[in-house]
Ligand binder design. Structure first.
Ligand code: ADP
Length: 499
């Protein structure tokens, strides 16, 4: 009966999938006294090669595994243990062995045997390993990507803050997510007033611009960007602005996000300068054409004339031709001056001269040419200045001719000269139309002409620009004091030569 049972047990052990061994702890070196078929299969050895051996042959040369120490301790202490250990088949192939060891005690409590149950867990280990590898490579990739993105973000943020164009990022509800410094300074607003607010409600609804609303509502659904759309709008604190708008739905790594980037270029000054240039060109061509037409008709007249028969008429016409040629000459010099000044190519012929004398003589000459005007002179400096006398005269003559031109109802012009610290100061006062505060800011800019005088008084808007540059080149200053309707006083200073 016992034998029969034993047989059944042995058959059961042999049909198990786990490798099972029994070692005899009472014999030296704890040899294997039993192994089942699964153990033969797992290890690649047959029973004859196994029985009598200590289990250590399974580790082949791979002896320094920490698990071996655990096994030793559990055998020494007669305790159960579970380890996963690298074992080697007969053909040298590695397999991971999940090993359970449990001691068998006799009635006296002595450990007589150990039972070892083994499972080949190589596949599971491989999957675990692959998973671990995969995970760490994914983590590494994520870290790398995050680093790249953070780098990119910092990079983009620095670009966005540096560009001299206003940039806004909006979400799909047109709430401002970010605004760059240029936007804040151009529209005189703070971060707090801007970020987190709906664009159209910003600053007392000053961005509630119908065309802008229309454009933006079309961007998100269609992905169609708005390019170079010109908007003119009056802002509460900064006045009228002409802006060029570019708006895009943000595309990031091929994916559209519900974000809109708006780039706002302030082209107010550019537009104004373009307009002034156009006006300048049409006036300049007109100014050049008028004397040319006169010269042309005078020459036609001269061609038909017999000088012997009409000597006086002939001479008068010739004189007229030369006057108009001189006019043309002056105009062309003026234009050349502007371009030279603008490109910084004007030469200074510096020499000491007595400023009182120069101004006095200039007034005398101007009075001869404009006898109907009373140009008074007062003050005295007794100073010498180091400068280009011709250029200083050009400035002075320009101020006097403006004082004549822009004061049609008045005949008086006052010139005053005095010393202020290390400078001489020359003032030209007229009693004409005066200049508004807004115009005063721009009066020394190239091609600027006050809008109220455009048609009535001919001019190119370059005289004061050239004068200003000349005085600045002499390390002096040129400025105006004026009220509309109360005349203007143009002043300039020049440094005095120290004795
Ligand atoms: P232009 O006289 O050819 O227009 P300027 O550069 O000399 O060019 O002057 C620029 C503008 O400044 C003039 O168009 C005029 O509007 C204004 N301006 C200059 N001088 C006077 C003045 N004495 N009184 C009033 N406005 C003046």
């Amino acid at each position: 009966m016992i034998n029969e049972n034993l047989n059944i047990y042995l058959q059961a052990l042999n049909s198990a999938n786990s490798g099972i061994i029994i070692t005899d702890n009472l014999q030296p070196d704890n040899p294997i006294i039993y192994c089942n078929s699964a153990f033969e299969k797992i290890s690649g050895y047959n029973k004859d090669e196994i029985i009598g051996h200590n289990c250590r042959f399974l580790q082949a040369q791979d002896r320094s595994q920490a698990e071996r120490q655990l096994i030793k301790e559990s055998i020494r202490d007669g305790k159960e243990c579970r380890v996963e250990i690298r074992n080697y088949r007969k053909n040298g192939q590695l397999f991971w062995n999940e090993l359970f060891i449990s001691p068998v005690k006799n009635d006296d409590g002595m450990i007589t045997h150990f039972i070892g149950v083994q499972n080949d867990v190589t596949d599971r280990k491989k999957i675990e390993y692959d998973l671990r590898e995969e995970k760490s490579s994914v983590e590494e990739k994520i870290q790398q990507r995050t680093k790249e993105l953070m780098g990119k973000e910092a990079f983009l943020a620095s670009i966005i803050q540096t560009v001299r164009e206003s940039l806004l990022v909006l979400d799909s509800n047109y709430v401002v997510l970010s605004a760059n410094n240029h936007f804040l300074s151009s529209f005189k607003v703070t971060q707090e007033e801007t970020v987190g607010k709906v664009l159209f409600e910003l600053g007392n609804h000053q961005w509630d611009i119908d065309t802008l609303k229309d454009l933006l509502t079309k961007i998100l659904p269609t992905n169609n960007p708005v390019t170079d759309y010109e908007v003119e709008h009056h802002f509460q604190h900064i006045g009228k602005k002409v802006m060029l708008l570019n708006a895009y739905r943000i595309e990031f790594e091929g994916q559209y996000k519900d974000r809109i980037l708006i780039a706002i270029e302030d082209i107010t000054d550019k537009k104004e300068l373009d307009r002034r240039k156009d006006d300048f060109l049409s006036i300049a061509s007109h100014e050049l054409k008028t004397p040319l037409t006169t010269i042309k008709s005078l020459i036609q007249l001269l061609q038909r004339m017999d000088p012997a028969k009409n000597p006086d008429q002939f001479t008068t016409s010739l004189d007229k031709v030369s006057i108009y040629i001189e006019k043309l000459n002056k105009l062309i010099s003026k234009l050349l001056d502007t371009s030279k000044i603008h490109s910084g190519n004007i030469e200074l012929h510096l020499e000491p001269f007595e400023i009182d004398k120069t101004i006095k003589e200039a007034i005398e000459n101007l009075s001869v040419v404009n006898p109907e005007y009373e140009i008074s002179f007062s003050g005295c400096t007794n100073a010498s200045v180091l400068g280009d006398e011709m250029q200083i005269l050009q400035v002075f003559n320009n101020l006097i001719s403006n004082a004549i031109k822009y004061a049609p109802g008045s005949k008086n012009i006052e010139v005053y000269i005095n010393t202020v610290g290390n400078f001489v100061k020359i003032s030209v006062k007229d009693f004409g139309m005066g200049i508004s505060h807004q115009d005063k800011i721009k009066i020394f800019e190239r091609f600027f002409r006050a809008s109220n005088i455009q048609k009535k008084y001919p001019g190119l808007g370059i005289g004061l620009y050239v004068s200003h540059e000349i005085i600045v080149n002499h390390k002096g200053t040129l400025w105006v004091e004026s009220e509309v309707g109360e005349g203007s006083t143009f002043n300039f200073t020049l440094p005095v030569i120290k004795n």
